[in-house]
Design a protein around this ligand. Structure first.
Ligand code: SF4
Length: 450
């Protein structure tokens, strides 16, 4: 390895998880198209950078046959333009620039657009709409928060630098002693690797988060709670009273919550109860609540879909205007019912984690995938594009979990096109096939457009 081939990229961004750490120093072997060192990254980030060298793969596969990107675009556009109920799904591991093109394709073809939010923090998005959000940036949390409550998540293993960069150990403007200036509480149904970090651990009985949150709301408002709450939730009344008192007297409190709250019994009611608790506490002190997001740009997906449609996920354009109905137009549900006659999956692998009925339906319909890697979904696709990896090979914008947009600083170029380039080419070709006009889903190709 000659020194001429070694390049250093400072302040690169890790897009593996929603922390989107933008202080990574990468050492790149340009000749080998790979990253050899990723300073500051956590164990998950290091694996992400190590695994995303450029592999030799066909630019596209059509029915398993090697093809060019242009041939793939032609076939993908034909599938989407002819479909009666096309769906577009994924989007949380690509740039905002690619996401906006994907939404515009869904609009043009009268299809359905949904993101992986629908299987993680979708209930939070619904709760935001009904309860509202008292929020802060991760920087404010680092600088000000003296009571941190993690609820239904395991950041030590899923977001390792959330503790060290923002929420537990770093020294901030008003938390100059770092960890010593903060009280950390963890609420979960089991002891995880995050538990040792906490000063107080509350082990709730599975499925009783809503009751615990509602009891805390009552205690914060000075109401009486029956001691039988312990039999129901596993948490003694004295422990809840102590926590409610701590919440009221802290200077700046934070509730950071995960899928243990949103994907268990209660779902958007749980998220709504937590957001309402944070709002209640603002009568006494400053308190915020924020979801801890998994994929690198899932927050961007929520933002982009919201900008363009008014709704964060599960949006249907079949009537020519956006409609939102989780359960009806969320991809896992509609596929499980055998709906949709074509699917374009962008940077996601639903065939690896959806229910069996949904995966079986994906096998029956023409699927288009855009992915830097071979996945289970790409293996069942009619058209499988190889694309460059966002952040490592392509620039663009992503949103950190707190809604702060961050520009990507790629490490080395890829021979493969970006998701945005492929989607833009597909959109252009679909527009031509549809005669330049929006065509309602179900209109046969060649019929008069509206
Ligand atoms: S915490 Fe997340 S974004 Fe930061 S380095 Fe680790 S995996 Fe990457």
């Amino acid at each position: 390895m000659s020194d001429d081939n070694i390049r250093t990229v400072n302040d690169a961004t890790c897009t593996f998880c929603g922390c989107v750490c933008d202080d990574i120093a990468l050492t790149v072997d340009v000749a080998e198209h790979r990253i050899t060192k990723s300073q500051n990254a956590c164990v998950l980030g290091k694996a992400w950078f190590k695994e995303h060298g450029v592999e030799e793969r066909p630019f596209a596969l059509i029915g398993g046959r090697e093809a060019s990107t242009e041939e793939g675009v032609e076939e993908a556009a034909r599938i989407l333009a002819e479909a009666r109920y096309p769906i577009i799904y994924g989007l949380s591991d690509t740039t905002c620039e690619a996401q906006r093109v994907a939404v515009s394709i869904a609009d043009m073809i009268g299809g359905n657009v949904d993101t992986t939010t629908s299987v993680c923090h979708g209930p939070t998005g619904m709760a935001f709409q009904s309860v509202g959000e008292s929020t802060a940036s991760l920087g404010e949390i680092k600088n000000r928060a003296d009571l941190i409550i993690f609820w239904g998540g395991n950041p030590a293993e899923a977001h390792p630098r959330l503790f060290s960069r923002y929420a537990v150990t770093p020294k901030g403007m008003y938390t100059p002693n770092g960890r010593k200036d903060r009280t950390v509480v963890l609420v979960d149904v089991r002891r995880t690797a995050s538990a040792p970090v906490a000063d107080i651990f509350l082990q709730v009985k599975p499925g009783t988060d809503f009751e615990v949150l509602w009891a805390l709301r009552a205690l914060v408002k000075g109401r009486k709670i029956d001691a039988s709450i312990e039999q129901r939730t596993g948490i003694a009344l004295t422990v809840l009273e102590d926590l409610a008192a701590r919440m009221k007297r802290c200077n700046f409190g934070v509730l950071l919550f995960g899928m243990g709250l949103t994907m268990t019994r209660g779902r958007h009611f749980n998220a709504g109860a937590l957001l309402a608790l944070a709002a209640d506490l603002n009568e006494f002190t400053h308190f915020v609540a924020a979801p801890v997001r998994g994929h690198g740009n899932v927050t961007g997906a929520d933002n982009v879909v919201s900008w363009q449609t008014g709704f964060p996920f599960g949006v249907n354009f079949s009537r020519g205007y956006p409609r939102f109905n989780p359960g009806e137009w969320t991809t896992a549900d509609l596929l499980a019912r055998g709906e949709a006659d074509a699917a374009m999956i962008i940077a996601s692998d639903p065939a690896a984690n959806f229910a069996k009925a949904a995966i079986e339906h994906l096998r029956r319909i023409p699927v288009i995938t855009l992915d830097p890697k071979t996945s289970i979904t790409s293996q069942l696709a009619r058209v499988a594009f190889t694309t460059a990896t966002y952040g490592i090979n392509t620039p663009g914008t992503v949103y950190r979990m707190d809604g702060v947009p961050i520009s990507l600083r790629p490490a080395f170029p890829s021979p493969y096109p970006s998701d945005e380039q492929v989607l833009t080419a597909i959109r252009s070709r679909v527009r031509t096939l549809l005669g330049g006009n929006r065509v309602p889903a179900g209109t046969p190709l060649g019929a008069t457009a509206t």
